[in-house]
Structure formats: C-alpha cells, structure tokens
Ligand binder design. Structure first.
Ligand code: EPU
Length: 419
C-alpha cells in the first residue's frame, strides 16, 4: 500500500452525486473508547480508510476481538492481552496516543509509542500527559515509548492551556472511569469531540456540557456496550465542496452535516461560489470567476487547518491575490511547492501563503508528504491540463475513502497506476 501512484488527466468537468463517508477523526477516538468496556461496541458509517484499519489492528494487538464489516466494525475488549501499542502503529497514525487515557483508566497501565502521523510541524502532547499526571498517573519515557501507570485515576479540575482535539478526547475518556468528578475547561469544540461524547454517553458515561468549552464528567465504575453511528466527515465533504467550485463543475455532495462547515461555506460564498444548502446536501455549480480571499485557520468553529491545503488549490484559480494564514501547525505548507510545479504561484511568508490567482495549471510529476496535501494535489491535478502523476499517494488513503472511485463516478479521469 505504501507505494501508490495516482495518475490524473485534468480538465474534465465533474458532474453528479458524491456520498460522504463517516468521519475519520471521530472514528479514531471512538475505537480507542473500546478499551473502556468489556462489552461489544458496534460502529456504523465507519470510513474504511487506512488510519482506521491501523487503529483497529492496534486494538487487536492489545486484546480486542472483532471484525470489520461493510462500513461497520463490531469489537470488544473483554481482557487486555498486552498494554503495548507498537511503534509501527504509532508511526502510521498519531491517533494511537488516544489509547493512553482509556488504557490507564481501565487497566492502570499503558505503553504507547510516541505518536507519528503527518509531518505537518510540531505536534506536542504535553497537555495530554499533564492532565493524566494530575489525575494520578505516573508517566515516564522509555526509549521511544511513553509508559504510564496508575491506581484508579482521580477526578480533577483542569483547564487546557491551549486548544487540543485529541487532548480533550484523551482526558474525557480517562475521566469516564475516574474516581469522582472531572471538570475540563477550554475543551476543543470540534464536532468529532461531541460525537465521541455521544458514544461515551451511549456506553453509560455521565457527561454534561457537551458542545461547550467546559465539560463535566462524573466517573463510573464501568461502562457497557453500545451501537453508534459515526457523523459524516466534514473534511471530506469540504474537499468535494471545494472541487465543485472549479469552473464547469456541478456536484451534489450527499449525506453531509452543513452546520459543521459554516466557516468554509462563508468563505466560498464570499468568493462568489454558487452553493445551495439543504438538510443533508450541498449543491455546487462551478462559477466562471471567483474572488480572492483572506483566510486564517483556527480551532472549530473557525476555518479548519485540515481544509487549508485544498482551499489553497482553489485560490490559485481566483481572480486576484489571496492570503491563507496557518495558525494551528507550524509546517503545513508542503503542498505549496508541489502546486507551484503545476504552475501555481504561491509564496510562503512566515505563517502565510500568498497565492496569485488565475494560474494556468499544467500536469506534472508530484510527490506528496501528508494526507491533506495529497487531497490538495489531487484537486490541482483535476484542474491542470494534461497528465499529473502523484507519488506516495498512500497518504490520501489514510483519510479519504475511495477518493479515486468517487471522483471517477463524477467524471474525472483518475486512476491508480501503481500500488
Ligand atoms: N498542542 C500542544 N500540546 C498538546 C496538544 C496540542 O501544544 O498537548 C498543539 C499542537 O502542537 C498543535 C495544536 O496544539 O500546534 C493543535 O493540536 P491538536 O492536539 O488539536 O491536534 P491533534 O489532536 O493532534 C487533530 C486531528 C488533526 C487536526 C487537528 C486540528 C485527529 C486524529 N487528528 O489532531 O487531523 O489537524 O486535530 O484540528 O483528530 C488530519 O485529519 O489530517 C489531521 C491532521
């Protein structure tokens, strides 16, 4: 799977329907939550992307039993076979760190490799560790592993010093089995956090304040099984929404939660995009002319860093100069150099990409380094005249379910030529 190369012949209009899969970044913490109970958890609307498969395999390594079905997973962890989450797993998906809180909470011991994932800049986990230590865990580093031990975790009051999505998720899960009440302040507001809370409540957790910055968790002695439907992937939906804005395209994006994409809708409409929103659907007709934009990434409900690269591709087609400022990660512009190989004119000035519009893109051989950059390059290839080759496209499959198939059905000329 590591050596996938994608080939695209650009310039074909995209028309028709595309159905959005379940959210990767909701599924990953929810799979970690399996460690909190001995009973079976059933997940529906699961995106069968590589990161999810790796996380499922990691659960298997530590003792979970279960099977992957057709966009569903049934899994239970009656006993912990091994508290060790291997280096290989952690190198592939950063989400492995999410096993730390649940393993400590139920089993009192965890050995998890320092997380890997996309090379997009510094990705600290100090707030995860600080919170767990305050709850009573003893944590130290052993070679490339984080080793954590505790008796029963204790409820605490903890304000996150900065917004962290997986940090919020890790401490929330740990708190469900802690002794006493935990009050977490400055929690991340991302819909994936809210979806995890929904699952934890379905498992019997006592949590209030969901969807707000202060969340109160009253610890229980055990959690039970549940059946949970994962929310739609807002980043995948946003990626197809952006694709729909290219001149000549006319796409219906189905099975979405429009509320989760308010910031993107505002930006695209501000650029002049023709988007109709109904209960579970976006209809986008590609406009002839799009105005440039000034965009800054920020935590939810702000504009998501996970759509920054894809929007940048669209802005190469706007009618003037755009500026995109990245405030979440300090090295997330790898797509810029590759888009420039297609003929884009993007300059990086500190934390900001300055994008000259109306670029004539022409096919080229590209190499991608991270998940969202891959999606941005695929979008670039769809616009570019001639043939674009994207090496290392394994990255795309970490987070997008069947993207080449979905694009082919919309009329794109895209295929996997190696892998
Ligand atoms: N941070 C700290 N200390 C911490 C935790 C985070 O300083 O203890 C900093 C990070 O260094 C970073 C910022 O806070 O600069 C935000 O990090 P966060 O913890 O929120 O990111 P994450 O939880 O590791 C999740 C998603 C990412 C997404 C970010 C931001 C999952 C599995 N991953 O990562 O998704 O970009 O939130 O929204 O949920 C992707 O899907 O492509 C992806 C990278």
């Amino acid at each position: 799977m590591q050596n996938i190369t994608i080939s695209i012949r650009g310039g074909k209009p995209l028309r028709g329907n595309v159905a959005i899969s379940g959210a990767k970044n909701a599924t990953l913490p929810e799979l970690a939550a399996v460690c909190l109970s001995a009973e079976t958890i059933e997940f529906l609307n699961v995106p069968l992307v590589e990161d999810v498969k790796v996380m499922h395999a990691a659960l298997g390594e530590i003792g979970a039993q279960g099977e992957i079905g057709d966009n569903s997973i049934r899994v239970a962890m009656p006993v912990l076979r091994s508290p060790l989450v291997s280096l290989q797993t952690a190198r592939t998906t950063r989400a492995s760190v999410l096993l730390l809180g649940p393993l400590l909470a139920r089993h009192g011991y965890a050995k998890v490799s320092f997380p890997g994932g996309c090379p997009i800049g510094e990705r600290k986990i100090n707030f995860h560790l600080q919170g767990l230590e305050r709850m009573g865990a003893e944590i130290h580093a052993e070679d490339e592993y984080i080793v954590a031990r505790c008796r029963r975790l204790k409820g605490i009051e903890y304000d996150f010093p900065g917004k962290t999505v997986t940090g919020t998720e890790n401490l929330l899960m740990a708190a469900t089995l802690a002794e006493g009440t935990t009050v977490l302040g400055n929690c991340a507001l991302e819909p994936e956090v809210t979806d995890l809370i929904d699952l934890l409540k379905e498992m019997g957790a006592d949590i209030s304040g969901s969807g707000s910055e202060t969340i109160v968790v009253r610890g229980q002695t055990g959690l039970h099984g549940a059946s949970h439907r994962v929310i739609p992937d807002r980043i995948e939906a946003g990626t197809y929404l952006i694709a729909g804005c290219f001149a000549g395209n006319d796409i219906h994006v189905l099975g979405v939660e429009p509320e989760h994409l308010g910031s993107l809708l505002e930006i695209l409409r501000g650029m002049g995009a023709d988007i109709t929103v109904s209960a579970r659907e976006f209809h986008i007709k590609g406009g002839k002319s799009l105005a440039p934009a000034e965009v800054t990434t920020s935590p939810y409900p702000g504009f998501p860093t996970d759509l920054q690269a894809q929007l940048t591709t669209l802005l190469t087609q706007a009618s003037g100069v755009s500026r995109v400022r990245e405030t979440i990660f300090n090295d997330r512009f790898h797509h810029a150099g590759e888009l420039n190989r297609l003929g884009a004119e993007i300059k990086i000035e500190g934390d900001t990409a300055v994008i000259k519009g109306q670029a004539r893109l022409r096919g080229a051989a590209l190499k991608t380094t991270d998940l969202r950059a891959s999606a941005a390059l695929v979008l670039g290839g769809l616009i570019a005249e001639g043939k674009t080759i994207i090496q290392n496209s394994y990255q795309l499959f970490r987070g997008y379910e069947n993207m080449p198939d979905k694009l082919q059905k919309l009329g794109a000329d895209i295929k996997i030529i190696q892998g």
